[in-house]
Design a protein around this ligand. Structure first.
Ligand code: PNS
Length: 165
């Protein structure tokens, strides 16, 4: 039996907390598809193509069974499209749990055949979030402990571009 999971998120941008969860999930599942939500309403810092490319670089060493794909619409439809029986979500702290439980139960109502699995991110990344990383980068703080190297470079480039306009 092939165990397939999707790991959905906004990933604007991927952080070390996300990557840590992807690494743990890559050891559990035969195939893992990182799903990048294309939600133009959220006005992301990085366009969808760039987020996908950045994640591909971040997960390159996790193995050929890990891939990255953009999606819009429902996560459960994305899971079904990839014939995945599992959704992976990361938990950093108890404060994440309530919203995640609500999402997991909603997804279960929509697709009872798909189970959500939660993986705890490493303790050292428990404070890391995409939004705070962007804020720190915007004001010139050091974000290298928070994001993978390709993301740190992309953020530096983006902030330099913003400073020019
Ligand atoms: O990285 P995020 O922003 O915490 O990810 C949230 C995400 C993308 C997993 C969630 O917003 C989602 O699943 N969006 C797709 C739309 C959907 O399926 N909504 C119902 C889920 S409860």
């Amino acid at each position: 039996m092939t165990r397939i999971a999707v790991f959905p998120g906004s990933f604007d941008p991927m952080t070390n907390a996300h990557l840590d969860v992807a690494r743990r999930a890559s050891r559990l599942f035969d195939r893992l598809v990182v799903g990048v939500l294309n939600n133009p309403k959220k006005a992301p810092l990085f366009p969808i193509d760039e987020r996908v490319t950045l994640i591909e670089r971040c997960v390159a060493d996790l193995g050929e069974h890990v891939s990255v794909d953009a999606f819009d619409g429902l996560t459960v439809d994305f899971a079904r499209h990839h014939e995945a029986g599992f959704i992976v979500r990361g938990l950093r702290a108890v404060s994440d749990f309530e919203a995640e439980l609500q999402m997991a139960l909603t997804n279960r109502k929509l697709a009872p055949e798909v189970d959500t699995t939660f993986l705890m991110t490493a303790l050292e990344y428990g404070y890391v979030s995409s939004s705070l990383t962007k804020e720190v980068a915007r004001f010139g703080g050091d974000i290298t402990p928070m994001v993978p190297a390709p993301v740190a470079e992309a953020l530096a480039r983006r902030m330099a571009d913003e400073a020019r306009v």
